[in-house]
Structure formats: C-alpha cells, structure tokens
Design a protein around this ligand. Structure first.
Ligand code: NAD
Length: 479
C-alpha cells in the first residue's frame, strides 16, 4: 500500500520519488510505503495553501461550518475502516480506536465547525473620548500543523479543524510512524467539498519534511504536538522568524491517591490512566503516589488487576494492551525498565517482552508496575511514554505536593480525594495545565488544553485554539 501526499486536493507522489517504509507494530512487518517528502514538496503544498487562502478566508462562517460538519459525518460513516487502519498502523487495540480515536476525530471537526459560528470578538467603548474600539480576529494565512504517533487522527484533526475553521489554509504533517489515517482523511475532505488547497498533507520524516515546514518563512504559525526535545528545536528555529507557536509536549504526570477517595472508582480508573493505549498517552499518570495508610492494600489490588490485563493482537476484541508503536520505542521503554532495576526499583509485575502467537515479531510488552522508594530516580523524572508506572507511598499533603511538582514537566495531574478543601488547596498549587479530580481524561472540548514548564507553551481547545489561529487587530474609531 503506497501512501501519497495530498496537495491541492489531489494525491501525488513525492517529487524526488523517495519513499519510506511503513511498519505494522503488531507483526513487525513492512506493509506499505510513504513519501519521504522534501523541501520541494512542502513548497508545492505551501503554494496550494497560499492560493486557496484568499477565497477560503472570505468564505462565510456558515459555509465553513457546513463543510467541517460534513467531514465529521464522513469520519463517522467510515468509522470501521478508519479504526482498522489506525489499529494496524499504531498497534492500539481496535476497541480503543473505535471507541476513542476515531469518534474523537469526528468530534474535533464537529466541535470546531460549531465553535466558529459562536466565536465573537470584543469591542471597547472609550468613554469620554468619543471613540469605539473593536477587535478583528483575522486568520493568519498559511499555518503548519505537526502531530505525533500516539493518537494519530485524533491529534492531527485537533489542530487542523480549528485552523481551517478560523479561515487559514494548512500544510500538515502526521507522524511518519503512523501516516495511514491522515492519508485516508484526504478523500474524506474531497468528498465533503473542502476546496482544494485548504488542507495539504505532506508525509515524511520530521527532520526533513517537518523541518521544511518549520523553516518556511511564510508559514506563519506552527501548532506542534510531540516530544519536548523536538519542541525545543522548533522554538529555536521559529523564534527568529517570529512565528506564532503552540507547543504541546511531553509529560510525567502524577496520580495522587488519598485514603479518603472512592476506592473502587479510583482503582478502576487508575488501571486505565496508567495503561490505556499501552501507556502512550501524554496524559497518562505515570507516577502514582499513594497515601501510606492504604499503600499496601492498593499495591496488592492494583498489581492483581494489572496481571489480568490481556496483552494481545490489536484486532482481537479481548485485547486490553496492544503492541507498542515501533521497535525503537519498545527498546527505549525496555531500556528505562533496566534503568529502574539498576536504581533499585522493584518490579511488582511485568517488565518483559511478550511473544504473541503467530505474531512473534510484534512489539509487545507486559504492563509494568515498579515500586520506587525515592522520587529522585530517573524512572520517576524522565518521560517513558509506555506501559510503565511507578508507585510509592507518601505521608503528608505537603510531601506529595513537593514530589508531584519536582519534575521538569507540568502537563496534567490527577487527584483522588473527597476532601473539598484539600482539592482546592492542591489544585491551586499543582504545577500542571490540567488537573483531574476523581476522574481521568474526562474531556470537554471547550476547555483550555496544554501544559506548563517543559510540557509546552500555549493552549489548545475551545476558543483558545481559535484565538491561536487568528491575529487580533484592534480598530479605534473616533467620532
Ligand atoms: P516527536 O517529537 O518525535 O515527533 C512529533 C512530530 O514532530 C512527528 O510528526 C515528527 O515527524 C515531527 N518532527 C520531528 N522532528 C521535527 C523537526 N525537526 N521539525 C519539525 N517536525 C519534526 O514525538 P513523537 O515521538 O511522535 O510523540 C511522542 C511525544 O509526544 C511524547 O513526548 C508525548 O508526551 C508527546 N505528546 C504530547 C501531547 C500533548 O498534548 N502535550 C500529546 C501527545 C503526545
């Protein structure tokens, strides 16, 4: 299966005719090719976007909204096909792709298709000066959207939908590790009547294709989700050109459990917040801190539940944990498990590669729980981004707050307690962009989404995303 670039509404081979191999994580085999796009392909995509911009930016909100909602509906019509493609490309259980990834991609288009009709700007009357100010929110022009492999279509559309809703034209690049559903989106956009050139999808390596996007002097804004090191690099390249940047980066999120929580709810949710999508969600709670009085009970119950999780082929409906996304990622996660052992971490369960019958070369790993006695160890400070969590007890609110904040990241934090005053105190003081209390990953697309510290700059979601993808211009009229 050969994936092509989607430029100016058409599918095209890369100009250089160079290709990359696409691996299937569940069996380790190459099952297709994707363009190894160069600067020239990005330039072609840019020109298509630039040419489409004058008309798209003047297209009525009603019409833009109608097209976005149509894309959303077509994603729903193609749910099964897209879910199968996502699961095959990424290794995630088909159940998850069907219930989370693809429905959410549809919601992204529907949400921003509706949101743009409600997006309003401010006006300020300058009392006593006979003047009125009003703010225009104008689209930026051609913008770049670059997304990672963990939630491929979900995060790709999370950027594209607000960008085009706001009247921009887009040059987008999905991860080279999971290009398939972004490729399938092209046809859907054509069928929905999205004018050619409004969305252009260029496939290829981050260091080549992605680099050409971030270096392009006329791509004025970059919305990026991925690793912190890549984000740092993008910030350095983009800064001298004064590009607008939204950077959604890595995390090392604390999951803080107090003895007064609803125990069963906490336990079930913590299984999910630890290992959903093989632990490859930036929001997973990878550092679990448990109040000392319930620590031993939690440890026993949690490990027992984790041992019951089914690791298996992603297309099997009984699979809880599929394959990791790539061989090199599996090796990276294994490397961290070894580091944890060297640091005297105790492996309570998991820690080994798994061979799934008939798919012996797939990238499978047992869900792994590691008991640590200090928060300073590397396994508790560095992002692993796999099916690995640490657990350790804490004695006081102050201690756990100190440990929770003592990492370079600040994406999300989860808190389990029924004490309202503690909830308020801790929510105020936890250094993270998103705090969940007695839940995890409950998403309302109107809310601001993003991190602090090394987890990024800027916020996505709701009107925050529409503000990012527009320039505010104040007009002052004296009368
Ligand atoms: P990555 O940084 O390696 O790649 C992300 C994207 O950037 C890919 O499309 C890649 O090709 C591209 N890229 C790489 N180098 C580039 C360059 N020089 N210029 C332009 N583009 C370049 O990240 P990944 O391994 O795909 O994803 C995992 C990371 O993403 C984890 O750190 C995870 O925490 C993070 N993540 C964050 C969020 C969030 O919302 N904060 C969500 C999901 C994933």
């Amino acid at each position: 299966m050969k994936i092509q670039n989607y430029i100016n509404g058409q599918f095209q081979n890369p100009i250089s005719n160079e290709w990359l191999e696409n691996y299937c994580p569940s069996n380790g085999e190459v099952y297709g090719q994707l363009p190894n796009s160069s600067k020239a392909d990005v330039e072609t995509a840019y020109k298509a976007a630039k040419d489409a911009f004058p008309i798209w930016s003047q297209t009525t909100l009603d019409e833009r909204s109608r097209i976005l909602i149509k894309i959303s509906e077509l994603i729903e019509v193609n749910l099964q096909r897209l879910a199968e493609a996502e699961s095959k490309d990424n290794g995630k259980p088909i159940r998850l792709a069907k219930s989370v990834d693809i429905p959410r991609a549809a919601s992204n288009f529907r949400f921003f298709g509706n949101a743009i009709t409600q997006f309003a700007s401010e006006s300020h009357e300058s009392v006593g000066q006979n003047a009125i100010n009003y703010t225009l929110r104008q689209p930026i022009g051609v913008v770049g959207c670059i997304s990672p492999w963990n939630l491929p279509l979900y995060l790709f559309t999370w950027k594209i939908a607000p960008a085009i809703a706001a009247g921009n034209c887009v040059v987008a690049k999905p991860s080279e590790i999971t290009p398939m559903t972004a490729y399938l989106l092209g046809d859907i956009c054509n069928e929905a009547g999205l004018p050619k050139g409004v969305l252009n999808i260029v496939h290829g390596l981050g260091t080549k294709t992605g680099q050409a996007i971030i270096e392009h002097p006329d791509i004025k804004a970059i919305s990026f989700t991925g690793g912190t090191a890549t984000g740092e690099h993008i910030a350095k390249v983009a800064a001298p050109m004064f590009k607008k940047l939204s950077l959604e980066l890595g995390g090392k999120n604390p999951n803080i459990i107090f003895a007064d929580c609803d125990y069963d709810d906490m336990l079930n949710t913590t299984v999910r917040s630890s290992f959903a999508n093989q632990g490859q969600i930036c929001l997973c709670g990878s550092r679990i801190f448990v109040e000392a009085s319930i620590y031993e009970k939690f440890k026993t119950d949690f490990v027992e539940k984790i041992k019951q999780l089914q690791v298996g082929h992603p297309s099997d409906d009984t699979t809880d944990i599929g394959a990791l996304v790539s061989k090199s990622h599996l090796e990276k996660v294994m490397h961290y498990i070894n580091i944890a052992k060297e640091e005297n971490g105790i492996i309570l369960c998991g820690g080994n590669k798994i061979t799934v019958k008939d798919f012996e070369n797939g990238y499978y790993l047992e869900p792994t729980v590691i008991e640590v006695s200090t928060d300073d160890c590397r396994i508790n400070q560095e992002e692993v981004f796999g099916p690995v969590v640490t657990i350790m007890p804490f004695n006081s609110e102050d201690d756990v707050l100190h440990m929770a904040n003592k990492v370079k990241y600040g994406l999300s934090a989860t808190l389990w307690t029924n004490d309202l005053k503690r909830t308020m105190r801790m929510s105020n003081q936890l250094q993270a962009g998103i705090i969940w209390v007695n839940t995890w990953m409950l998403r309302d697309l109107r809310t601001p989404f993003g991190g602090v510290k090394a987890s990024g700059v800027g916020r996505e979601g709701g009107f925050e995303a529409l503000r990012f993808f527009t320039e505010a211009k104040n007009v002052c009229i004296k009368y």
